[in-house]
Design a protein around this ligand. Structure first.
Ligand code: GRF
Length: 209
């Protein structure tokens, strides 16, 4: 299959709250030259999150988002500051990678149709927290993950790509989550490249007008 590549490397802004293994998958794909992108900025709402260490090791600018002491809420002022930081870093696409707060208007308005997320279920099934637990508890035989555009709802935006994994006899929460994460790490870079190729098509169309 021939891949049409963007002329310019797409600039990514990453938001994460935890381990950042999906961020690492994006970095690995960039290093392997299967993703034509660069990470401009990593932001986390959790000061000691491993994702910030990963950014540091990779020599990528990383900052903490000040959520004003709220445990779960993402206050409007913090979202506006986040949007400003991403804009100043000239980010083209915002990738949520295990970011645990709900994104709303201040950030979405600054990056319309330019925020994407990876979710550990075959959406629309099992939106929300710990979707692999929801899947196992529901007794489904197939689980998976979805990369989707982010809108103001909870995991409700249009899908970009999905991958399925089987639920196996004897699976527990960690084993199912681990199998899903293998697929997450495969499809997130693919999805980012698909979105980047779409950007470059739109740019090409605009420049012919
Ligand atoms: C992943 O399972 C992802 O689908 C969900 O949060 C988890 C983040 O994992 N949104 P990591 O921080 O990328 O390792």
């Amino acid at each position: 299959m021939r891949t049409i590549r963007s002329h310019r490397k797409i600039r990514l802004g990453i938001l994460g709250s935890g381990s950042g293994s999906n961020f690492q998958a994006l970095l690995d794909a960039i290093a392997a030259d299967t993703l034509n992108a660069e990470v401009a900025l990593v932001l986390s709402d959790v000061p000691n999150a491993k994702i910030l260490d990963r950014a540091g090791h990779a020599g990528i600018r990383a900052e903490v988002i000040d959520c004003r002491g709220f445990a779960n809420k993402f206050p409007d002022e913090a979202q506006a500051e986040t949007a400003r930081a991403l804009q100043e870093a000239e980010v083209d696409l915002v990738c949520l990678a295990g970011f645990m707060r709900l994104i709303k208007a201040p950030l979405l308005a600054a990056f319309p149709e330019r925020v994407i997320n990876i979710h550990p279920s075959l959406l629309p099934a099992f939106p929300g927290l710990e979707a692999w637990k929801q899947a196992l508890d529901a007794g489904v035989t197939e689980a998976g993950c979805t990369v989707h555009y982010v809108d103001a709802g909870m995991d409700t935006g249009p899908h970009i790509i999905q991958a399925k994994v089987p639920v196996l006899e004897g699976d527990d929460y960690p084993s199912l989550h681990a199998r899903i994460q293998v697929e997450e790490h495969r499809i997130y870079p693919l999805a980012v490249q698909m979105v980047a190729d779409n950007f470059s098509c739109q740019t090409a169309l605009c420049s012919t007008k």
